[in-house]
Design a binder for this molecule. Sequence first.
Ligand code: PLP
Length: 463
Amino acid sequence: MKTLARGDLMNSVNSSALSFDRLWMPFTYYRDTLDYPPLVIKQGSGIYIFDKDGRSYIDCIGSWWVSIFGHNHPQITGALRDQLDNLEHVMMAGMISEPALNLSHLLAELLPKELSRIFYSDNGSTAVEIALKIALQYHALRGSNRSEFVSFDGGYHGDTLGAMSVGMIPQYHSLFHDRFKKHHFAHSPYCYRCPANQNPSSCNADCMDSLEKILELRHDHIAACIFEPMVQGAAGMRIYPAKVLSRIFSICKKYDILTIADEVAMGFGRTGTMFACDNAGEVPDIMCLAKGLTGGYLPMAVTVVKESVFDEFRGDYTTERILNHGHTFTGNPLASSAACAALTLLKQYNIPSSLKKTSKIMAEELEKFREFEIVGDIRSIGMIGAIELVKDRKTKEKLPAELRIPFKIAQKALDFGLLLRPLGNVIYFMPPYIITAEQIKNMLFLTHCVFKEVIHDELSDLR
Ligand SMILES: Cc1ncc(COP(=O)(O)O)c(C=O)c1O
């Protein structure tokens, strides 16, 4: 049989001649794939990606928040190359690859010591599914039938059915909520549109009265409370104060409810602390981590639990004390070796302390966007910056959706060499941690130019 030489297959497929009509793009209207065909990206280096024609773009959002050390980092790439020479995959039951074992020790060094058991999986949604399953089974093993969850308006925990059942972003979730079991949703800690009508100086975490009410009524039925600590990411980077997070923990403690911190997006330094829960000095019963874990190289996630949770699962074959869960690629050696390299870089780069300077600069530079009347709110924490656009700054009236201003900003940004992707009416930045102060200034200067052009063109439609 003729074997293909390396590169033959790729050469037989000339990407510049290919259409997109075989693809179903995620989170994308079909019509837009025709009108705004996707860029074909060929290379990455540091904070930049390069398309097939050699044009460069700053990856302002770390490719959906995963690329924490930039693209093609020599240490992660090197670790993967070495691993490829040894073992691409082995199942994780009755055996484990060396990188997967090493990773558990590197993670244990970083995690709060109470979070002592580590379960591997493949992506953020799955890490959440596992957390929900663990919580349900934990109660069953203790002889109580708790089958409900409490979470928050504006919450996002992934796109699988279980994860969606505890998410509440209407355009993603409503249709599906109507079709399966409903859980409970407390108010979103959305400071810009505070559900308790407070402002930052008067905030007493009153928004969480709604959580307290739910638990008062249903605590006997509730298996766990799941939340995104400090920032509701997909809802539009809704950053909330540590006192609100503290109150979530204290209400859950009062009613003896398991806490699941979904740190899929915020873990590993993004909010300026290693884990977002550190902002409140709290340790959840269960924590989900993914995104930056492999530095954005390969899909991998972990669900970590306190020993007190794991204790319920200590059993032998005569018991039902087993978590019957596992994915074919659980503990994949390539992903594990990328993760080992990424966690080593966290130490080497002294994350999160070393991010202080660049996060301060990002926050300062963002203030320049206040000159645009359509900017309603500017918020930042750690290495996240967000700008919420409104029709009317005084009334906070939302932008008319049909004008698609955030979408137009993202399209125009490509002309300026920026990869942006808005969340609703929010333009946000989550660049790789390796971005320099000068690069931040440049990224925001270019975005400022984009705003000027788009807003100038659209202003007449707005007024
Ligand atoms: C907080 C949070 N949880 C879970 C997920 C789902 O992760 P994944 O897309 O890897 O399934 C995301 C994705 O953005 C997220 O932000």
